[in-house]
Design a protein around this ligand. Structure first.
Ligand code: FMN
Length: 239
């Protein structure tokens, strides 16, 4: 079992070209079960998944994330959302009281969502599917409209799933010594910076742009905040 999992992760590459055949419901259930069993802070499970199989919806999602064609082409899109609507409702029913979700609710939910979707991705790969994550946080409000999500349900990532129609090269990762150290942080950031830079060689300008000032990240955070506010989260920060 251990060997299988290590082999699976060693062979991972994101797939962006898929065969047309749909993912059977029995496989969808296994994949969703892996997400459902994932650990979650305080066992709160503040996450929901929508399985999008409808071609028209997939096309609209593809457009909402900057015309990424592979979104429409993957026969199954699993949209993972932070979902405080169900928790708020449970709270109301237990306490007859209103809960206003805040940033302090959103941030741990986001980590849970990352773990859940990661487990789903591994389950899908173990069944022979190709997967690719797609960031929905670049346009959560539009995705929300497309999927008619209620208030306090914020879509964050789309996991594309389908039988692969390509076999891309493995993408490089940071060398181990820039990731893992034991008992104390080492080597120092200067050395880490130096050893990771070659990883970005082929797309250095994109890398610099993404993390640079006024880059993609700022716009993403702005959009996420805008959506949180619109969908009933309190985004104020108490100092
Ligand atoms: C949170 C997250 C968001 C991502 N967003 C996108 C995306 O919007 N479009 C896309 O094609 N790939 C996306 N990816 C896939 C990454 O680009 C990919 O994992 C990375 O380049 C490494 O390649 P590999 O998965 O083949 O090893 C995303 C991955 C993650 C984890």
């Amino acid at each position: 079992m251990g060997d299988c999992l290590i082999e699976l992760v060693e062979n991972h590459r994101s797939i962006r070209s898929f065969q047309k055949e749909p993912v059977p419901e029995s496989d969808l259930e296994l994949i969703a079960e892996a997400a459902r069993r994932a650990p979650t802070a305080w066992n709160l499970m503040p996450v929901s998944i929508i399985a999008v199989t409808n071609k028209g919806l997939r096309k609209r999602l593809a457009k909402a994330v900057g015309n990424q064609e592979h979104v429409a082409k993957a026969p199954l899109n699993l949209v993972f959302s932070v979902d405080y609507a169900k928790l708020r409702e449970a709270y109301r029913q237990a306490r007859s009281n209103e809960l206003k979700p805040k940033l302090s609710h959103f941030l741990p939910a986001l980590i849970d969502l990352g773990i859940m979707s990661g487990w789903a991705a591994l389950a899908a790969e173990s069944l022979g599917y190709g997967v690719c994550f797609v960031a929905l946080y670049i346009n959560p409000c539009v995705v929300s409209e497309i999927l008619e999500l209620p208030k306090q349900v914020i879509p964050m990532v789309d996991l594309l799933i389908g039988k692969p129609a390509e076999a891309p090269q493995k993408r490089p990762r940071h060398p181990m010594r820039a990731i893992l150290s034991v008992n104390r942080y080492s080597p120092e950031p200067e050395i880490r910076g130096k050893v990771i830079l070659p990883v970005y060689e082929a797309w250095l300008s994109t890398f610099l742009e993404v993390i640079g000032p006024n880059g993609y990240m700022d716009e993403t955070l702005r959009k996420t905040f805008e959506c949180l506010k619109l969908k009933g989260f309190d985004t104020s920060i108490q100092e």
